[in-house]
Ligand binder design. Sequence first.
Ligand SMILES: Nc1ncnc2c1ncn2[C@@H]1O[C@H](COP(=O)(O)OP(=O)(O)OP(=O)(O)O)[C@@H](O)[C@H]1O
Ligand SMILES: [Mg+2]
Length: 373
Amino acid sequence: MIELEGLTKRFGDKLAVDRLTFTVRPGVVTGFLGPNGAGKSTTMRMMLDLDHPTGGEVRIDGRRYARLKEPLKYIGALLDAKAVHGGRSAYNHLLCLAQSNRIPRSRVDEVLDVVGLSAVARQRTKGFSLGMGQRLGIAAALLGDPEILMFDEPVNGLDPEGIHWIRHLMKRLAAEGRTVFVSSHLMSEMALTAGHLVVIGQGRLLADTSMSDFIGQNSRSFVRVRTPEPERLRDVLSAVGVSPQVAADGSFEVADMEAAKLGELAAQHHVTLHELSPQQASLEEAFMRMTAESVEYHAHSTAGLADAPGDREGAAAPRGLEEGGDGGVAGGREDGRVGDRVGDRVGDREGGREGVPVWGADWSAKRRKGSAR
Ligand SMILES: Nc1ncnc2c1ncn2[C@@H]1O[C@H](COP(=O)(O)OP(=O)(O)OP(=O)(O)O)[C@@H](O)[C@H]1O
Ligand SMILES: [Mg+2]
C-alpha cells in the first residue's frame, strides 16, 4: 500500500505537486493519469525519496521510504529507462542492484528471463534500443520480488508484443495481491489494464475512483442511428420530444432514449435503419473532458498539414470540447508558451540541486547512506 498525505512539491515558482492525498491499494492495477507536466513523475519520485517533498509525506507499507531496509524488497520501480550506466552489461547492472539489497545472484538470471533479455544479458546497455531499456527497467523493478510496483510510462517504446506482455504482467502482479501503480498516456491501453484511476491536473487531485465510475461520470453515452430516411426519423423523434445530434458523417446521436425503444419506434413508423448501436464512451474521451481545464501545454494548430486518412470523422476533438468551444485541446495558447517545457526542464534539472543522474531505484538509499556517514 502507498499512502500520500498532503504531498506537495515546489520547484521555485512552480507548484508541481499540490497537496495530494490518496492511497494506492493492493490487488488492483491503479492507473495514474494526467496531462504533460501534471506532476506524475514528480509524485513518483517523491514516493522513492528521489525528490524531497516541500510538504506532506508518503508512506510505503506504513513507513517512509528512507526507513526501509533493502528497499527493492518492498517497492520496485521503473521511472526512467535511461537511468543505467551505459558501460555496464544488463547482467552487471542488475547484479549491482541485487548486491546492494542482499538479493541472490540467481534472481538476476530469473528476471532477465522474465523480461526476455537473457540473450543480450552480457551486452553493454548503451547499445540497447528504447524497448530493450524499458524491459531492463522492468527487470530491475521485479528484482526484489516486491509487494509494491510502480511504473512510469512503462509501455513507452515497447513493440505490440511487449505492450501485450506488460499488460498481462501488471494484471498478474495485481492478481497476486500486489500494489501496482502505473502512469501512461496511452488511454486505450490503460482502459484494458487498470481497474482504478488516480487523475491529477496541475499538481492537484482531480479523481480517485474506479475505471467504470470515471468513464460513467465524465462522458456522455448515446445511441448511434443511421438511416437512409433522416428527415422521417427526425420527425418521428421530435414527435416524442427527442432531438438527435447529427454527427459529421450524417448519423444521428440520440442521448435520451435506449436503443431498444428507438428501434421499436422506428419499426412502428416503418423507418428503415442501417445502424442502431449503443456507444460506450472511451476512457480517452472521459479523460480529455475532465482534464481540459488542466492542460498546460497545447500543440500549435495543425493548419497547413494535410489531414491523416481517417482523421476527418469525429477524431479532431472529443465531443463536448468541440461543442462548448472553451478550453479545446487543439487551440494554441495566447501566451505563446507552446512546447517550451522540454527546454525548461533540461535547464532546471541541470542547474537545480536535484539535477543529479539517478541510477535506479536504490540509488537514493545509497546516497543517503553515504551522506549519513
Ligand atoms: N527538477 C525539476 N526542476 C524544475 N522543475 C521541475 C523539475 N522536475 C519537474 N519539474 C516541473 O514540475 C512539473 C511537473 O513535472 P512532471 O515531470 O512531474 O510531470 P508529468 O506529469 O510526469 O509529465 P509528463 O506526462 O510529461 O511526463 C512540470 O512543470 C515540470 O517542468
Ligand atoms: Mg512524467
